[in-house]
Design a protein around this ligand. Structure first.
Ligand code: F6P
Length: 325
């Protein structure tokens, strides 16, 4: 295998706080270890159109505390086509890039894996997504900041919920995973969370209402995982119809959850993962995602990282249930 000299780096999919810290870490660790770094703008779309720029340490000065991604990002449809991937490969060869570091979520790392197999190209993934749904890493870059953002929002909504003695359904992101919903509910002292992982036959809303939460509390907050059919609006309509005595409101937090300055924890894992990615290339690793598990940097095959069954600790449901009486 030829020695890697030039590393390409891009961010892809939904932006996540801490992506900039990861870009900085890859750039600085790469240069420290003698690699040339080339930044690719607008994710895989930028790779296809050839939007590539050499990076020096100065290009990443002062970005560790910034949310979003300085490289911009995209959900590339073109990269899903063979033609698009061929153009991407041609541009990598033209730019002399021998290895590609992709910072993104499930869809982005799936794209990286397909490409790596198709062109026998060295790809390394960094888990950059607020959803925390990548297998093999305890936390993804952006998850902790978003959890804190949701917690602050819920603390504020609690003031008005208590004042008016209302039920609030607060919808949070997470795509198909309930990590954000369940843990933000625990962190903010919410009365319940409705999450996709809790798929028992018992209807989650009925179970919550039947617990008689309103007997001891005058207001309550239910965090709901986003879902095309059963989001916060769905549950609020049901309460209006099935329990008309309650005064109900809905807040959909939306994209404000994705912005903001990354937490210390996200900056640190992003920095460790970025350094770990360069170290992986030095070791000759290919087609892996860098994770942090039990506080150790680990390398997980991309095919495993994108598994859809990241373990969800069901004991968290009991924690919330017992603490919300
Ligand atoms: O994957 C990150 C995420 O924020 C999900 O939680 C959410 O479902 C989705 O992206 C929203 O995507 P977009 O910004 O494209 O609307």
């Amino acid at each position: 295998m030829a020695r890697i000299k030039t590393i390409g780096i891009l961010t892809s999919g939904g932006d996540a706080p801490g992506m900039n810290a990861a870009i900085r870490a890859v750039t600085r660790a790469g240069i420290f270890n003698g690699f040339t770094i080339k930044a690719i703008y607008r994710g895989f779309d930028g790779l296809i159109s050839g939007h590539v720029k050499p990076f020096t340490t100065e290009n990443v000065s002062g970005i560790i505390g910034q949310g979003g991604t300085i490289l911009k990002t995209a959900r590339s449809k073109a990269f899903m086509t063979e033609e698009g991937r061929q153009k991407a490969y041609d541009n990598l060869i033209k730019e002399g890039i021998d290895a590609l570091i992709v910072i993104g979520g499930n869809g982005s790392l799936t794209g990286a894996m397909t490409f790596a197999k198709e062109y026998d190209f060295c790809c390394i993934g960094l888990p950059g997504t607020i959803d925390n749904d990548l297998y093999g890493t305890d936390n993804t870059i952006g998850y902790d900041t978003t959890l804190n953002t949701i917690m602050e929002c819920v603390d504020r909504i609690r003031d008005t919920a208590q004042s008016h003695e209302r039920i609030f359904f607060i919808e949070v992101m997470g795509r198909d995973a309930g990590f954000l919903a369940q843990n933000s509910a625990i962190a903010s002292g919410a009365e319940a969370a409705i999450i996709p992982e809790d798929s028992t036959d018992v209807d989650q809303l009925s179970r919550f209402m039947e617990r008689g939460i309103r007997k001891s509390k005058k207001s309550c907050i239910v965090i709901v995982s986003e879902s095309p059919k059963c989001g916060a609006m769905y549950y609020s309509e049901r309460v209006k119809n099935e329990f008309p005595n309650f005064d109900v409101r809905v807040t959909i937090l939306g994209h404000l959850q994705r912005g903001g300055r990354p937490s210390a924890r996200d900056r640190i894992i992003a920095s460790r993962m970025g350094v770990g990615a360069v170290e992986a290339l030095i070791q000759g690793q290919r087609n892996i995602m860098v994770g942090v598990r039990n506080n150790e940097v680990v390398y997980v095959p991309l095919s495993e990282a994108i598994r859809s069954d990241k373990p969800f600790d069901m004991k968290l449901i009991k924690v919330l249930d017992e603490l919300s009486i």
